[in-house]
Design a binder for this molecule. Structure first.
Ligand code: SAM
Length: 274
């Protein structure tokens, strides 16, 4: 399945910022607690965007890990490289399209991650097999287990309030989202089929809004005209603005009624061992 998907730097960074400002919990700390990246390890982050996870690994390993981030978006890679330069270029950022063979050898990495990206893959089992290939194999002699793949993505109950408000405002069904419709099913199944074991972890983060503006900004950055996921709700720029106005009005009504808007992110973290 070909997924017509584009992320703009501005939209991605807006959503990250709103998660950080209005969320009660820290998803980065959750991921680091689960993974505990080892000093000196070799790490690949696939779909690295502006480099968020790469810079976390760099910091938490005290600069000892050898980290590569790969993404298909030239715009996001440029952003990542600009940030990297400020730190003295500790991370290698490469062009990597996860719909193609990865430009890396077999058995190279101790840890690999793919955060909020894998569900945009055209052929999920093929992408998961590439992820498996580049991870270090287990060593039967020393008993050292194989490398680990961490993926994260939305579970089906993710952001219920967001979808409920959009459905109420537009009177139209929510189109299937590649993330929540594929992550806990096709991606989990492909990881189980390819790896020796897979652990499931769940992260819940309520985002609490006491005014409508940040919710509207989040919605704008999610629906974004460029993302092509919501074409059943709007086609032209004028349609997009009309839909945004309807959503903002309904969100304001719900806020007035309930005193606040609570949108809970429900995220899965699957850890697979080669
Ligand atoms: C929601 S962003 C997540 C970025 C980053 N992991 C984070 O958590 O901030 C999804 C990322 O997947 C990337 N992506 C989409 N299709 C891709 C592909 N075919 N190959 C590699 N990356 C892709 C996008 O460019 C974007 O950076």
């Amino acid at each position: 399945m070909e997924i017509n998907y584009q992320e703009t730097t501005k939209d991605l960074l807006t959503r990250i910022d709103i998660h950080q400002k209005f969320g009660g919990r820290d998803i980065d700390q959750w991921m680091l607690d689960l993974l505990q990246p080892a000093q000196g390890s070799k790490i690949l982050d696939v779909g690295c965007g502006a480099g968020k996870q790469c810079f976390l690994y760099h910091k938490v390993t005290g600069g000892t890990a050898r980290i590569t981030g790969g993404d298909v978006s030239a715009e996001l890679l440029e952003k990542a490289r600009a940030e990297n330069a400020k730190l003295g270029d500790p991370v290698e950022f490469i062009e990597l399209d996860f719909n193609q063979p990865f430009p890396k050898g077999d058995n190279e990495f101790d840890l690999e991650s793919c955060c909020f990206a894998i569900y945009y893959a055209a052929d999920i089992p093929a992408t998961i097999r590439e992820m498996h290939r580049v991870l270090r194999s287990p060593d039967p002699e020393s008993g050292k287990p194989g490398g680990r793949l961490f993926t994260s993505g939305p579970m089906p109950e993710n952001k219920k309030l967001f979808y409920d408000i959009i459905a109420d405002a537009t009177g139209k069904p929510i189109p299937p989202m590649p993330g929540s419709s594929r992550y806990s099913t096709q991606i989990y199944d492909a990881m189980k089929a390819t790896f020796s074991k897979v652990e499931v972890h769940i992260f819940e983060n309520p985002l609490t809004f006491s005014t409508v503006e940040p919710f509207a900004a989040y919605t704008r950055a999610s629906l974004s005209e460029d993302r092509k996921l919501w074409t059943s709700l709007f086609a032209t720029h004028e349609d997009f603005e009309r839909v945004m106005a309807q959503i903002t009005d309904v969100a304001a009504e719900w806020l007035h009624r309930d005193g606040k808007l609570v949108m809970t992110k429900v995220v899965g973290g699957f850890i697979a061992t080669k």
